[in-house]
Design a protein around this ligand. Structure first.
Ligand code: SF4
Ligand code: SF4
Length: 157
C-alpha cells in the first residue's frame, strides 16, 4: 500500500488538499461528508438542542402535521451522527472488503485510472447510485493530467 505520508498543499482559495486523500476508485476522501464529519457534527448538535428544549413535547403539542414524524426525524439525525470515517481509503477506511481497492492493490495500481477497464468495470458500478459518473470524470482528468491536477481542481463528487 502506498505511503500515507502527508502530501499536503493549499489551493488559491486556501483549501487544504492532500494526494493521500485520492481514493483508488477516483473519488476524493476530502469531499466525503463522512470524512469531513460536518453533517455528523451538525446532527449531533441539533439532537442535543432538541433534547435540551424538550422538543418532543413541543412537537406533540403544536398542530404542524409534519411534526407527526418528529420521532423518525430524531432517529434519522442519530444515524447521521454515526456518519464518520476517520481513516482514508488508502488507510483501509470505507467498506473494509472493497473490491475496487483489493483489485488495485493486487494489480499494483495507484488507482483504477491506470487500468484499461475503468470506463466499463462492473466493480465500479455500485458507485453510480450515489455518485453517478463523478468518479469516472475524475479518473479521466487523472489519466490525462495526473492526480495533482485533479486534487488541486474542483473535483466531481
Ligand atoms: S473504499 Fe472502495 S469505494 Fe470507498 S473510496 Fe476506497 S476504493 Fe472507493
Ligand atoms: S478491473 Fe480495473 S477498473 Fe476495475 S476495479 Fe480493478 S483496477 Fe479498477
Amino acid at each position: 500500500m502506498p505511503s500515507t505520508r502527508a502530501q499536503v498543499k493549499k489551493t488559491k482559495t486556501g483549501e487544504r488538499v492532500d494526494k493521500n486523500l485520492m481514493a483508488y476508485c477516483g473519488l476524493y476522501c476530502g469531499d466525503c461528508p463522512s470524512h469531513k464529519g460536518n453533517i455528523a457534527d451538525m446532527a449531533r448538535d441539533l439532537r442535543k438542542a432538541l433534547r435540551e428544549s424538550r422538543f418532543d413535547v413541543f412537537a406533540r403539542a403544536i398542530p404542524f402535521k409534519q411534526f407527526q414524524h418528529y420521532p423518525e426525524c430524531y432517529e434519522c439525525l442519530g444515524a447521521m451522527v454515526k456518519m464518520r470515517c476517520k481513516r482514508l481509503c488508502r488507510g483501509n477506511g470505507g467498506p473494509p472488503n472493497c473490491k475496487i481497492r483489493k483489485c488495485c492493490l493486487k494489480r499494483g495500481y495507484e488507482g483504477c485510472w491506470e487500468c484499461d477497464e475503468f470506463k466499463d468495470c462492473e466493480k465500479l458500478a455500485w458507485l453510480t447510485k450515489i455518485h453517478k459518473d463523478a468518479h469516472i470524470k475524475n479518473m479521466r482528468i487523472i489519466a490525462k493530467e495526473g492526480i495533482s491536477a485533479l486534487v488541486a481542481s474542483r473535483r466531481n463528487w
